[in-house]
Design a protein around this ligand. Structure first.
Ligand code: F6R
Length: 256
């Protein structure tokens, strides 16, 4: 048998949606189809601006009686180290505000790294163990950072494997400072799933919007695979879907 070109083996699906709303709807439909197929599935979730619309779509589906999350288990990608769940910039708070408090999920089955616990080793080991005990993640939702990060896996020399504690880069602190009263209030560290944790998910779904991400979308999904662009490793995932809005997909029209 002749050697197959890498492109023929690549299974990444790259979709340029018609609008940001269409991107959200398509991603919500993808998540809903997992929940319908297996009501007790394990979802990996993300925070950030990009998934807000798709969470609203999922809430609408639930309220319309089309979807139940009663048996679903979730694991969020990351949490700021040092923020209690009640802090309005914690990722636990975000998830409750945009999703958990509006659906029938059992909150005991929703997991976010324990930001308030300063014992990084204990928090990270417990998180990996909880994911393993749940049977692994069926579908991991991801956003894309302007520097190519996924979760809080920042550009580095290597791909970090398991859940770990990271020092946030200056660019991420800057990007996130819009959500805090002042840049000094932005935590300097976070707990995040590692690249290995993310790659172990059976499927991944990436959503990206905005012209400011156009360059990084091209690099991450059509450029070389390198830890300098952490999301680029997703090109090697056997079951990855990327859905971008027209602005974020602008430089990939001839590549997709
Ligand atoms: C969020 C996360 C981050 C974001 C990324 C994009 O849990 O892990 O990697 O997905 O920073 O954020 P937005 O959507 O705000 O551009």
């Amino acid at each position: 048998m002749g050697a197959m070109a890498w492109n023929e083996r690549m299974s990444m699906e790259f979709i340029i949606a018609e609008s940001a709303e269409d991107m959200g709807r398509r991603a919500a439909d993808r998540i809903a189809s997992f929940v319908e197929a297996d009501p007790a599935c394990v979802l990996g979730l993300a925070t950030g601006t990009t998934p807000i619309g798709l969470y609203a779509d999922l809430v609408a589906d639930f309220k319309a009686g089309k979807l139940s999350f009663a048996e679903v288990t979730t694991f969020n990608l990351d949490e700021y180290r040092g923020l209690a769940p009640e802090h309005d910039q914690s990722y636990r708070y975000f998830m409750k505000k945009h999703l958990f408090d509006h659906i029938d999920i059992d909150q005991a089955r929703t997991h976010v790294p324990e930001g308030a616990n300063p014992d990084a080793d204990a928090v990270c080991a417990a998180y990996e163990q909880a994911i393993a005990e749940a049977g692994g993640i069926d579908l991991q939702l991801l956003g894309l950072g302007p520097n190519g990060h996924i979760g809080f896996n920042e550009p580095e020399d290597t791909f970090p494997k398991a859940t770990h504690c990271v020092d946030l880069t200056e660019s991420t602190i800057q990007a996130n400072s819009r959500l805090f009263d002042s840049i000094d209030d932005v935590p300097r560290q976070a707990y995040t799933m590692g690249i290995g944790t993310i790659m172990a998910a059976r499927s991944v779904l990436v959503v990206v919007e905005g012209a400011h991400k156009a360059e990084i979308v091209k690099k991450a999904f059509f450029g070389p695979v390198t830890p300098e662009v952490p999301a680029s490793i997703l090109q090697f995932h056997p079951n990855a879907t990327v859905i971008v809005d027209p602005a974020a997909g602008e430089l990939c029209r001839d590549l997709a």
